[in-house]
Structure formats: structure tokens, C-alpha cells
Ligand binder design. Structure first.
Ligand code: PBG
Length: 325
């Protein structure tokens, strides 16, 4: 390429030329909206660190899901916040647990909406860890068995897809086996495969009341500086039967998304987490950035890196904006 023959600005001159030469776009069909569900009736609690995000009781969750489906968003992923927590996380796989009731209500009211469930124990354990503990130790194999039965109970309630986020070793194959044995061989698994131990989960832990009561998640979630290790995690999950691989968080891990896109021929998902959402809103509230543009730019960067599916708290807002254009 040589100047003056080549002039990069030629194709940037007008909106129509820019539209034609645009390489990536975020479609409404790419989006998954995370939703928090709590006990009670008529509940719609705001979350201070996540403007525009609420905790809904099942009745209002159904209304929100109708609105979201009406905007064309294809899927939601549910996080349950039970009233009672215990050291075994019994609420996680209770047949009448908060998620199980939410899933069946959503599937009967909005059957066309894909209902995904986050499979983890942290919202249900009183210690706030993603698995079972012995003293300060987070146990692997006993946790995997609880997590597999949680996934099965979600499938029995009608979940269209289960998404384990616990980061225990071997949980994907345990879930696959448990689902297949019970006749749910058609329920896909979206594995949170490269899930890092991240400061960007801060607002989520307020929303889900799932902050660990001791220690942190560094013995099971990945160490942020590691890139090769993410490939091993993803390969392992694929071998164990994952249908979709996820990288989480998104913005600080775009290299990992790009690596995953290059190495695997499966659908790649990325989770724009609570802290990523909160940062944009906080800066926009102060008038420091244009929130809508910053959000659109962050979302398209995730697509450009190679993700097919984006889980984002901005899914409904973004879909609304796309439809207005
Ligand atoms: C549960 C889970 C977490 C998130 C998704 N599933 C929290 C965590 O691992 O601490 C984070 C989502 C977000 O920050 O938006 N294990």
C-alpha cells in the first residue's frame, strides 16, 4: 500500500460507504440478557451498582421476559437468589427452588424465549463459594455431583440450556452424563470455560448476594494473566461434551476470545460482566463518556474479537436502540 495512490480515508467519507465497508455488527440475535430472580410477589428491586438492572419476583420476571422477547432478544440467562442459604446449597437443586419455578413460569408464558440457567452453588451456599467446602477448602468432586444434580433439576423444570459457571474440574462431563441418563440428551451445555477470577464481578455479587464469606475464588477460577491455560480449559470442556464455550469477562479478555475463535470450530460466547456494564454507566452518569456509544463500541469489540454470542445486561437497551435506528 502506498500513498498517495492509496488513501484510506476514501471509504470513510460518507455514512453509506462506512456502512458498506463495516466488517462487524452486533445483531439482536447475538444477545442474551441475564436476569435475577428473587422470592416474593410484585418485587422489582433496583441494584445500586447496575443502573437499569433489577431483581424480579417470578410474576414480574414473566412481564420482563415478555418485553425482552418482544424486542427480539432470543434468550435470557437466569440467576436465582433464594431466601435461605445453607452450607450444602440445598436451594440449588430443589424441585420447587426459585430457579425451577422461574423456568417453568417463563416457559409457559413466553415459550419462544430460550431460557438458559446459570448452574452454580454460590447463590445458594451460606459461605458463598461455588462448591462445597471443608473448612477453608473448596472441594472438587463432591461439588461436581451437586452441580450435576442442579443442572438436571433445571432441565426437569424446562430449561432450554444449562450453563455451569462454577469452574470445578470435570463438571461438564458429569452434567452431560446426568442429563443423558435422564433423557435430556437434547439440552445443550454452554460452559463457562475460561472464567477468570475477576474484580469485574463486583456488582454481580451485590446483585446476587454471593460474595464469598471467607477467602476468594482463586483456587477454582482462572488467574487473569494466563492465556495458554484458557485453551486447555476450553479444550477440556469440549472433550467433556460442551456445546458452546464461554470466555468471561469479555473486555479485559478479548485476546482469549480471539484465540478461542481461531482454535475451535464451535460457537463461542463471551460474557460482558457486571463491572463492565457498571463502568460504562458510572462514567456516563458523570458525563465523562457517551454511555450509548461506549456500550455499542464495547459490544462490537467482543464480536470483532470473535464471539458469536454476547451475554450482556445491556441486551434489552441495545435491542431497543437497534430497532429505533
Ligand atoms: C456465579 C457467577 C458469577 C457471575 C456469573 N456467574 C459470579 C462469580 O463467579 O463470582 C458473574 C457475572 C457478572 O459479574 O456479571 N458463579
Amino acid at each position: 500500500m502506498s500513498f498517495p495512490r492509496d488513501r484510506m480515508r476514501r471509504l470513510r467519507q460518507s455514512d453509506s460507504l462506512r456502512r458498506m465497508t463495516r466488517e462487524n455488527e452486533v445483531r439482536i440475535d447475538d444477545l442474551v440478557l441475564p436476569l435475577f430472580v428473587v422470592e416474593g410477589k410484585g418485587v422489582r428491586e433496583s441494584i445500586s451498582s447496575m443502573p437499569g438492572v433489577y431483581r424480579f419476583s417470578v410474576d414480574l420476571l414473566v412481564e420482563e421476559a415478555k418485553r425482552v422477547a418482544g424486542l427480539g432478544v432470543p434468550a435470557v440467562i437466569l440467576f436465582g437468589i433464594p431466601d435461605v442459604k445453607d452450607d450444602q446449597g440445598h436451594g440449588a437443586d430443589a424441585p420447587d427452588g426459585i430457579i425451577q419455578r422461574a423456568v417453568s413460569a417463563l416457559k409457559s408464558a413466553v415459550p419462544e424465549l430460550c431460557v438458559m440457567t446459570d448452574v452454580c452453588l454460590c447463590e445458594y451456599t451460606d459461605h458463598g463459594h461455588c462448591g462445597l467446602v471443608d473448612g477453608e477448602l473448596v472441594l472438587n468432586d463432591p461439588s461436581v455431583s451437586r452441580i450435576a444434580s442442579t443442572a438436571l433439576s433445571h432441565a426437569q423444570a424446562g430449561a432450554d440450556l444449562v450453563a455451569p459457571s462454577d469452574m470445578m474440574d470435570g463438571r461438564v462431563s458429569a452434567i452431560r452424563q446426568r442429563l443423558d441418563d435422564a433423557g435430556f440428551e437434547q439440552v445443550p451445555i454452554m460452559a463457562y470455560s475460561a472464567k477468570y477470577s475477576s474484580a469485574f464481578y463486583g456488582p454481580f455479587r451485590e446483585a446476587a448476594e454471593s460474595t464469598p464469606q471467607f477467602g476468594d475464588r482463586r483456587t477454582y477460577q482462572m488467574d487473569p494473566p494466563n492465556r495458554r491455560e484458557a485453551m486447555r480449559e476450553m479444550r477440556a470442556d469440549l472433550d467433556e461434551g460442551a456445546d458452546i464455550l464461554m470466555v468471561k469477562p469479555a473486555l479485559a479478555y478479548l485476546d482469549v476470545i480471539a484465540d478461542a475463535r481461531a482454535a475451535f470450530d464451535v460457537t463461542i460466547a463471551a460474557y460482558q460482566v457486571s463491572g463492565e456494564y457498571a463502568m460504562v454507566h458510572a462514567a456516563a452518569e458523570r458525563g465523562w463518556i457517551d454511555g450509548d456509544r461506549a456500550m455499542a463500541e464495547a459490544l462490537v469489540s467482543i464480536k470483532r474479537a470473535g464471539a458469536d454470542i454476547i451475554l450482556t445486561y445491556a441486551a434489552a437497551d441495545f435491542a431497543e436502540r437497534l430497532r429505533e435506528e
